[in-house]
Write a protein that binds this ligand. Structure first.
Ligand code: MSK
Length: 672
């Protein structure tokens, strides 16, 4: 990561750098050139600007701002910074919440027979979800159960009193901490609304209290909106298990119709995956002179369809404009979130059509085809045809890159459990044992966006390599998965070449990569369910807090990422974000989010721009957690004997799992 005084590259991804250089030479604008031209406002960047009313904006700057600074209403710097952060959490929770809500309404439409093109692919998971949220399932028709599950989840959004359903899924001790500090969310929408209410002018004037409520809104995301989304997506489209795929801007084909699906919600994307394989569609493409249809993904929609169908990814957030600059994309079909408004501008230089599909995302210059789950496949066909019709318009202009990297993706919580013991002995015991023995030092969730303000994807790559070298198992989501994928890091061979001796042995024994691709940004909840299962398994911490585990989002961009960081902190995971702190202006807010949150929840949220320091902090958290758990000291290449633990709870689990039951996709789905 050190640049030795040279100007750093804008992107650490090789293919992206080639396309970018080509674009730069023609004067094409991208997020990279805009990031160079526009430096962040240092006052807003550090959380010292208040614009919640029209007496301001008030800017609390200067060396005495923390102690003496006041906005016109009298708000202090800690209050202003805390309010800014809380509003980011509310926005992030709203974003993921709406994603979860849309999935719940799709499930309801399927259950009521109104979405004929969808079906319930993972019935077993539906029944498991029903059991967790208290919906009776035994002996009832699948669609009746699905309807009640959908309605119960929809209730979670609008509930005024009580608790969001999935809160009960967390370890009891973690729930106890939430109750003690009053951060159990009532309803997802209610916590978002209250965050906005509390942070208006003249409301909550206590930074700690504001931040505490921000955690409540964040828990409503992690153990509400996002978790609902992950589970319904699995129920409708299948719980992922490992698949081979490819990653790179080089996935596009010279002689085929290239379609990119970009955004987050998988409903339309799943339909497009089906439609591009229809013989009539392929014939239609041939009639326009193409050899076939090539479907690729971008950002988190890519993660969704890669995990379930092996559809290749063109990369993460910063690759979207570059994808168009290859000159090979007939249509970029976008749904929601992380879609750059600049896409229509860059597409004018090429033949690419930008197709918006959500009523929530309209873009001047784009073609809008409104998605509707009641008529899903016909809409998907209309979009694919539109792309095919655009093939003859392809120009010679473009920067073609061809190298691609193999990827193994699709590690759901259920599959990780299955891979550790097979169908009848699935459990988290081997993982816990490997951690206890020091073979695996700890676990890191490497998540979040790629950011054009650093050599994008570079922080992910640096940390991924250093972590696995030091025997840390990495689980990745979102654009971090894309960063690792486009670097060729998501293969079992990566363990042979780069992992420390303990992690390498574990990966070889199970046949997995040392970096496990867990899915999209809503799928960070898979990390929560894995941590919960590890706590239930025994031998480590009996809550999520205290595990030798850390979350890192080294290139974070979005409000969603802030909300995710906060729900991990509230759940007991120390989290480190790269880049400058959005609350860095206030020492008090920084103290609350690190020291006070750690005391209350065993989690924290740090911001640290230096990747070497992020690494050192990560090892420090992991090693201190090992020490507190009285595990053997981590020493590379020296392991204790794995305990083959067979306590009563473990025996009961194994016996329970040994009862044959019909599984979907052969995966044992037992959960916490
Ligand atoms: S897409 S939220 S840039 S991870 Fe989920 Fe990537 Fe961050 Fe968007």
């Amino acid at each position: 990561m050190k640049n030795n005084g040279h100007k750093p590259a804008k992107t650490a991804n090789k293919e992206a750098a080639i396309v970018l250089e080509w674009g730069d030479s023609r004067g094409y604008e991208t997020c990279f050139t805009r990031a160079e031209k526009m430096k962040p406002c240092p006052i807003g960047e550090s959380g010292a600007c208040c614009k919640v009313c029209h007496m301001g904006p008030c800017r609390l700057v200067g060396t005495k701002a923390e102690e003496e600074g006041r906005g016109i209403c009298g708000a202090t710097l800690p209050v202003i910074a805390a309010r800014n952060l809380a509003r980011m959490v509310a926005a992030g929770t709203a974003c993921h919440g709406d994603h979860g809500r849309d999935m719940a309404f799709t499930l309801l439409a399927v259950a009521e027979g109104e979405a004929k093109d969808f079906k319930i692919k993972d019935v077993k998971k539906l029944y498991r979800v029903a059991e967790i949220i208290g919906v009776a399932a035994e002996g009832r028709p699948v669609l009746d159960v699905a309807k009640d599950v959908a309605l119960k989840f929809i209730e979670d959004f609008g509930r005024q009193r009580g608790e969001v359903s999935y809160v009960r899924r967390a370890p009891k001790k973690t729930q106890g901490r939430w109750k003690k500090w009053d951060i159990v969310p009532r309803g997802i929408d209610r916590e978002i609304a209250e965050t906005l209410d509390r942070t208006t002018m003249g409301m909550d004037a206590d930074a700690d209290s504001i931040l505490n409520h921000a955690l409540k809104a964040a828990v409503a995301n992690g153990w509400g909106g996002s978790m609902i989304s992950t589970d319904i997506t699995d129920v409708l489209f299948g719980t992922p298990s490992p698949v081979k795929a490819e990653a790179s801007l080089g996935i596009f084909k010279d002689d085929e119709v290239n379609i990119v699906i970009h955004g987050h919600e998988p409903n339309l994307a799943e339909m497009i995956v089906d439609v591009v394989y229809e013989p009539e569609m392929i014939e239609y493409a041939k009639s326009k002179g193409a050899k076939g249809i090539n479907l690729g993904g971008m950002c988190c929609t890519a993660n969704e369809v890669m995990m379930r169908h092996g559809i290749p990814t063109a990369g993460g957030f910063t690759n979207q404009e570059l994808g168009i600059m290859t000159g090979l994309i007939e249509a970029m079909v976008v749904d929601v979130q992380c879609i750059m408004p600049a896409l229509t501008e860059v597409s004018k230089k090429f033949h690419t059509k930008i197709v918006t599909t959500s009523s929530k995302v309209r873009m001047p210059g784009a073609t809008h085809v409104q998605f509707d789950e009641h008529n899903a496949k016909d809409i998907a066909r209309e979009i694919v045809k539109l792309a095919i019709d655009n093939y003859p318009n392809r120009k010679a202009e473009g920067s073609h890159v061809t190298e691609t990297f193999p990827v193994i993706a699709g590690f759901s919580h259920e599959y990780i459990e299955y891979m550790q013991g097979g169908r009848w002995r699935a459990s988290f015991r081997p993982l816990n044992d490997a951690i206890m023995a020091g073979r695996i030092r700890g676990v890191v969730g490497l998540a979040g966006c790629d950011n054009p303000r650093v050599p994008s994807t570079g922080m992910h790559k640096f940390l991924a390599i250093e972590l696995i070298k030091n025997d840390v198992l990495v689980v990745s989501t979102g654009c971090s998965s894309a960063s690792c994928g486009t670097a060729g890091f998501l293969t079992p061979e990566m363990a042979m070449e780069n992992a420390g001796p303990g992690l390498r042995e574990v990966c070889e024994a199970i046949g997995i990569p040392p970096i496990l691709h867990l899915g999209s940004c809503v799928d960070n909840t898979r990390i929560l369910t894995i941590a919960t299962a590890m706590a239930a398994e025994g031998g480590l911490s009996d809550e999520i807090g205290g595990m030798p585990a850390v979350g890192i989002a080294p290139e974070f961009i979005t409000e969603k990422a802030i909300s995710i960081g906060c729900y991990f902190a509230a759940s007991g995971v120390p989290v480190i974000f790269g880049g400058e702190s959005p609350v860095g202006a206030s020492r008090e807010v920084t103290r609350i989010m690190t020291e006070v949150w750690f005391e209350r929840f065993k989690g924290a949220l740090h911001f640290e721009p230096d990747p070497e320091k992020i690494l050192a902090m990560t090892f420090d958290y992991i090693d201190k957690a090992r020490e507190a758990l009285k595990l053997r000291k981590y020493e590379p290449g020296k392991f204790g004997a794995e305990r083959v633990l067979m306590d009563m709870a473990a025996r009961r689990e194994i016996e329970k799992a040994a009862v044959p039951h019909a599984g979907v996709g052969g995966i044992n789905e037992s959960e916490n």
